[in-house]
Design a protein around this ligand. Structure first.
Ligand code: FAD
Length: 296
């Protein structure tokens, strides 16, 4: 199918793009990589009156280190996230997970900002942004605000973005000494959306005790699920017993809906199995990083 007719704007600066968005509001859609928007337009599930193409807007892509954060422009392609040396070194969880997104051809076009704004609960980047404690910069002609990724996602394909706001930048704290990470997911074929996945982070103190832990699930609900079960890891002596207990708690905590690819019961089973796998790997990496800077 072909999309319904629309007006096409291609601003070359952020102020021009924000002005166009403010003028057209909910009638407009921002076009980033087009890997989610164009299919839904072709199916006529979305029929925006105007498309504001961000691909010529200067200054919206790239990765740089600013103090203890990585700053990533919203139009940075997913392929760049996969290959950028700053991300590999300072956000190894992101580096590990990005190859699970679709296929290289899609990652060549798809952007980090587009995936976050689209807010598909089965997508990897929303869960990663929450797991990494990312902050998101939202700009409009009225000004800007920074929102924690944990507060950005409201539900199925729904975020706190107002009609005149654009996501322009993502800030991710750099990995610290004593931190370990793991991303695991199960999909029917590599590149398919996951039946379930989890991004895990564990931080150990100088004595090797767990000081904090985070587990965020994708495909487990209407938005990324920041599992409370992870709290039991803080202060615990990490090993199979506690990983089993946290896995069982995560299974009981999530409340997924089944779909044609996986029943709710199977997803809950995956939550238990993948939690154990992710925690084992994250803990092993954290132990290697105690007392030094994070390294792979
Ligand atoms: P677009 O499609 O251009 O935009 C998506 C939405 O976000 C639109 O509503 C748009 O208006 C809005 N938007 C875009 N940029 C901004 C911004 N800066 N500020 C505010 N709103 C904005 N994704 C996965 O995570 N995992 C997968 O396994 C996966 N598999 C895929 C398989 C196929 C065959 C295809 C076609 C896509 C797949 N995707 C998958 C989706 C892909 O990752 C998309 O790139 C991503 O979801 C959207 O990014 P985009 O840059 O293409 O955004």
């Amino acid at each position: 199918m072909k999309p319904a007719p629309f007006e096409y704007l291609a601003p070359d600066s952020l102020p021009a793009a924000l002005a166009a968005l403010a003028a057209r509001g909910w009638d407009a859609k921002l076009l980033a990589g087009g890997q989610s928007l164009i299919p839904v337009m072709n199916f006529r599930l979305a029929q925006p009156a105007v498309l504001i193409d961000l691909n010529r807007v200067a200054g919206l892509s790239g990765v740089e280190r600013v103090g203890s954060e990585l700053r990533i422009g919203a139009m940075t392609r997913q392929r760049t996230l996969e290959e950028d040396p700053l991300i590999e070194r300072h956000a190894p969880l992101l580096h590990e997970a990005v190859p699970f997104i679709a296929h290289p051809q899609i990652r060549n076009r798809g952007t980090i900002g587009g995936s976050l704004a689209h807010a598909d609960p089965a997508a990897e980047l929303p869960a990663l942004a929450v797991a990494l404690d990312a902050r998101l910069r939202l700009q409009s002609v009225r000004g800007e605000r920074w929102v924690a990724a944990a507060d950005f996602f409201l539900g199925l394909f729904s975020t706190v973005l107002e009609q005149d706001e654009m996501l322009t930048e993502i800030a991710i704290p750099t990995a610290q000494a004593g931190s370990g990470w793991a991303f695991v997911e199960v999909a029917r074929r590599h590149g398919d959306y996951a039946q379930l996945g989890v991004a895990a982070r564990i931080t150990l103190d100088d004595q090797g005790r767990c000081s904090s832990a985070r587990m965020v699930f994708l495909s487990a609900g209407e938005k990324p699920i920041d599992a409370k079960a992870a709290a039991a890891l803080a202060g615990a002596s990490l090993g199979e017993e506690v990983f089993d207990a946290v896995g069982a708690a995560a299974r009981d905590e999530i409340n997924p809906t089944g779909d044609i690819h996986a029943s709710a019961a199977f997803k809950k089973h995956l939550a238990q199995v993948l939690t154990r796998r992710a925690l084992r790997l994250a803990a092993e990496r954290a132990r290697k990083n105690v007392g030094g800077t994070s390294s792979r």
